[in-house]
Design a protein around this ligand. Structure first.
Ligand SMILES: C[S@@+](CC[C@H](N)C(=O)[O-])C[C@H]1O[C@@H](n2cnc3c(N)ncnc32)[C@H](O)[C@@H]1O
Length: 222
């Protein structure tokens, strides 16, 4: 497995031709799906652990949580929430103890993001590292920028960073932010010297090209 990860295979050759219309539609219609009780419980527990007195970092889709641990160490005066829906991944052994400025939460981000917004919580930093690419043409709505929750993300504010091994994903994300904020950010080649996550490590070991999007999000009052 390690070192021979396959590059993305897809019939899609560039940003999806339905993307702009889809993001614009989601911008006009707030996502109405009720919040699931298990996500609310996870959110409440994470909030209680944080306490609200330090700047907040969200590691969205943290997987096994290596990046959350590294971020908690890199930003000792911040509090990090590592959120993932997979109990199995979150539960895997950690290379170091979980520090006091980090909590892991098992939750669906679709609800967790909306709860942050509903509680008027602003992020200092927001990481979406190697999200599932859903590369088939018919899977646009499963990518975060094609999901109805996407318009909530800029409202949370903070320095946002997404990394992927699929350039089209990052290009689409940039276009999606452009629809919502008026200014599409630039896509960067990403050449890490040290892997921040297991997926990054796997792609680096396979010699794959990596891409990144970084921008400061406006954050809006509800
Ligand atoms: C490709 S993995 C990347 C994990 C980690 N960031 C890394 O780079 O190693 C994507 C992660 O997103 C999580 N995920 C996908 N959809 C999610 C959702 N709706 N809510 C929470 N986590 C989700 C998956 O469980 C998985 O751990």
């Amino acid at each position: 497995m390690f070192g021979n990860s396959r590059e993305i295979r897809t019939a899609q050759t560039g940003p999806h031709d339905k993307l702009i219309a889809l993001v614009a539609r989601h911008r006009e219609q707030a996502y109405q799906k009720p919040i699931a009780p298990w996500n609310l419980d996870a959110f409440d527990q994470a909030m209680a652990k944080w306490g609200g007195s330090t700047p907040l970092i969200l590691d969205a889709g943290c997987g096994v949580g290596w990046s959350s641990l590294a971020l908690a160490e890199q930003f000792p005066d911040h509090f990090v929430m590592g959120v993932d829906q997979s109990e199995e991944r979150l539960g895997r052994g950690k290379p170091q103890r979980v520090p006091g400025n980090l909590v892991f939460a098992r939750a669906d981000l679709v609800d967790f993001w909306r709860l942050l917004w509903q509680h008027r919580i602003r992020l200092a930093r927001h990481y979406v590292l190697y999200p599932n690419p859903w590369p088939k043409i018919g899977q646009l709505a499963r990518r975060w920028h094609g999901h109805a929750v996407f318009p909530v993300i800029p409202k949370l504010g903070g320095v946002f960073e997404c990394r992927s091994n699929w350039r089209t994903y990052i290009e689409e994300l940039a276009i999606g932010f452009g629809v919502l904020t008026g200014t599409p950010p630039s896509v960067e080649d990403w050449l890490p010297t040290q892997a921040l996550t297991p997926f990054e490590r796997k792609y680096m070991a396979s010699g794959q090209a990596l891409y990144r999007l970084c921008l400061t999000l406006p954050g809006e009052a509800p």
